[in-house]
Design a protein around this ligand. Structure first.
Ligand code: PMM
Length: 251
């Protein structure tokens, strides 16, 4: 199972915002993750925490592109965490390898065609709308069935836009328009996501449903979850710390 290390170059991400907002700090954290054996570094310039406002494209590019250019000189895969096709294109041209779109192509009508043209792996996350008001969309009769069917619709759209089947990775979007009970139901039924045949990524790291007021206090629960998910056949976890996750995975 792969470990994707989170590198948020944002002043306001809920768990690590403000710590890596300077270029040097961000690059150093990236290098540290490489030394710990990270498989993919996920670089993002726009916070998606509940209630977050959007940042401009200009600001997003100013945050992520220099960091991508610096880390692309090293032997590591880089993903760009963005909902904007323009940012995805600049990031891939700057040396990133994978597009991680938390909106699954819904936020930008050009994203799927851009990913198809750039011919990179494309992570499609389950999403029901922007963070500003996503909590109001956490309404499900059967969360597992609905998330799988909404992801299936995104896969269909991605395929129709020309993204090859082998390039698609799916993610149920833990914490995005979901209450704690929804997140746990998804995790308890993760085999149903794996059964779709697409690689599954889970981003649960330090999220609110793990309990506690402070994101840092959720680290042990995050590591325990990685250990549990290791047996499920998922493709990877997106996490804030690399070494402990590598350790519980026995890597
Ligand atoms: N979560 C966040 C941001 N990007 N990408 C994917 N594929 N899956 C996620 O669950 C996900 C993501 C929000 O968390 P952060 O503020 O720690 O980056």
């Amino acid at each position: 199972m792969i470990v994707m290390g989170i590198l948020n170059v944002t002043p306001d991400s809920f768990a690590d915002g403000g710590r890596h907002n300077e270029f040097t700090q961000a690059v150093n954290r990236g290098l540290e993750m490489i030394s710990e054996g990270v498989d993919i570094i996920d670089i993002g310039g726009e916070s998606t925490k509940p209630g977050a406002e959007r940042v401009s494209e200009e600001e997003e590019l100013a945050r992520v592109i220099p960091v991508i250019e610096a880390l692309s000189k090293h032997n590591v895969q880089l993903s760009i965490d963005t909902m904007r096709s323009s940012t995805a294109r600049f990031a891939i041209n700057a040396g990133a390898h994978i597009i991680n779109d938390v909106s699954g192509g819904l936020a930008d009508e050009h994203m799927l065609a851009t990913a198809a043209e750039l011919n990179t792996p494309y992570i499609a996350m389950h999403w029901r709308g922007h963070s500003k008001d996503m909590n109001s969309r956490a309404v499900y009769a059967d969360v597992v069935a609905e998330v799988i069917s909404e992801l299936a619709a995104r896969i269909k759209a991605a395929r129709e836009a020309g993204i090859a089947k082998e390039k698609i990775i799916i993610d149920p979007g833990i914490g995005f328009a979901k209450e704690a009970e929804h997140n746990w139901e998804i995790i308890d039924s993760i085999d149903q996501f794996v059964a779709t045949g697409y690689p599954v990524l889970i981003g649960a790291s330090r999220k609110r449903f793990l309990g506690g007021d402070n994101p840092d206090d959720r680290e042990l629960a995050t590591i325990a979850l990685t250990q549990r998910l290791a047996l499920s056949g998922i493709w990877g976890v997106r996490v804030h710390t690399v070494a402990p996750h590598k350790e519980v995975l026995g890597a």
